[in-house]
Ligand binder design. Structure first.
Ligand code: UD1
Length: 359
């Protein structure tokens, strides 16, 4: 069966990898389209190498632009490719502009769309990701949910047909790569840090980076932890951070973005992670590392309910309190995001549910 896989931004390479590997192993024709939303080596190519997935069949090289222009250019470039490929399914992942463009392009060609990581909601309409995930869910034929909360969110919007609770393909990816990261990554040695003696932090959401006062609060909080804080800096944050008065502060280790294997190594050995990333919150829990989320809310509510994660709030004090609290906790239970076989379930459903004439 021919299946189009649309990716474009860093977390999508991780979410798609286990699905691509399963499709290829079962002899399906996976047509991989990279929109080019992320294009720097350390934001894109390194992930293909680390995850052991083939180079994309098409790269649309759309690059950076305003949301409308970026999404529109993807849509224009995707249409002829999907039309020519005529896939039985078009797969889209998560909540980026590439997700929405892939879903819309397929849907307008009357091709069937499957959304992986469906049903997540922050209930914050100021986030571009919230528009992307809501719109994508509403034009998808199959909706693969990582959690029961996601299934419930869809039901509240009257979406019940085609919904499947399969677990999280990010857990599949960790199980595939955790041991490889342990064996191959030299990042702890390169940074001269050792297990348990540093914090890891990432900041990239526009909500945090585009308001200098808010960004300063987050960076001040990291500085005031007094610990060595390893901060792989996203390109969006690189410029914004220059204006922060504490830039010379001794305990922050600002480094370029890291690949997947290095990130797993940093995560599994950190005392805790402080992040506004959606993926890292879960990946931390999967690897047994506690997390402070640098946002007013999270889609991954189970990580909070089980005591692995805390919301940092709006002040230096509240962020430091959240860190103390989460480190003082000894969570006993892990949130349920499946058993690491989400990709196999997804491919079973994609290939088994189709009427014979479409296969
Ligand atoms: C996007 C996603 C977000 C996801 C994140 C992961 C949307 C709306 N947001 O945010 O959900 O969590 O990816 O990283 O799709 N840039 C580079 N090099 C690159 C990529 C980007 O320099 O390889 C710069 C661009 O100039 C741009 C900025 O980074 O100004 C942001 O890139 P963009 O793709 O717009 O969104 P992200 O913030 O990465």
């Amino acid at each position: 069966m021919r299946i189009a896989v649309v990716v474009g931004a860093r977390p999508q390479f991780v979410k798609a990898a286990p699905v691509l590997k399963t499709l290829i192993a079962r002899g399906h024709d996976a047509v991989q389209v990279h929109t080019g939303q992320h294009y720097d080596y350390e934001m894109s190519e390194v992930f293909f190498r680390d995850l052991g997935i083939p180079e994309p069949d098409h790269n649309l090289a759309v690059g950076s632009a305003s949301h409308g222009r970026q999404t529109g250019e993807m849509l224009i470039a995707l249409e002829p490719i999907l039309e020519a490929a005529a896939p039985a399914w078009t797969l889209v992942f998560g909540d980026t502009n590439s997700t929405l463009a892939g879903a819309l392009a397929a849907c307008k060609l009357q091709l069937r769309v499957a959304h992986i990581e469906a049903g997540l909601r922050s209930f914050n309409r100021a986030m571009p990701e919230e528009h992307n995930r809501r719109l994508t869910d509403h034009c998808s034929d199959l909706l693969f949910c990582p959690s029961q909360t996601a299934v419930d969110n869809l039901r509240a919007e009257a979406i019940t047909a085609g919904v499947h609770l399969v677990g999280d393909t990010m857990l599949d990816a960790i199980l595939l790569c955790r041991d490889i990261a342990r064996a191959r990554s030299t990042i702890l040695h390169d940074l001269a840090v050792s297990a348990g003696d540093y914090l890891l932090a990432t900041i990239h959401r526009p909500y945090n980076t585009d308001d200098p006062a808010r960004l300063a609060v987050l960076l001040d909080a990291l500085a005031e932890t007094g610990a060595t804080v390893v901060v792989p800096v996203h390109p969006r944050t690189r410029q914004a951070i220059q204006a922060w008065p504490g830039l010379a502060s001794g305990n922050l280790r600002l480094i370029d973005p890291v690949g997947y294997l290095d990130m797993l190594a940093l995560l599994q050995n950190a005392r805790a992670v402080m992040t506004d990333s959606g993926g890292l919150q879960k990946e931390a829990v999967f690897l047994g590392t506690r997390c402070v989320t640098l946002r007013p809310e999270t889609e991954w509510v189970e990580t909070i309910e089980t005591g692995w994660n805390r919301l940092g709030g709006d002040s230096v004090k509240s962020i430091l309190t959240a860190l103390d609290e989460v480190l003082g906790n000894e969570p006993t239970e892990k949130p349920s995001y499946g058993d690491g076989t989400a990709a196999a379930r997804i491919v079973d459903i994609l290939t088994g549910e189709l009427p014979q004439h479409v296969v």
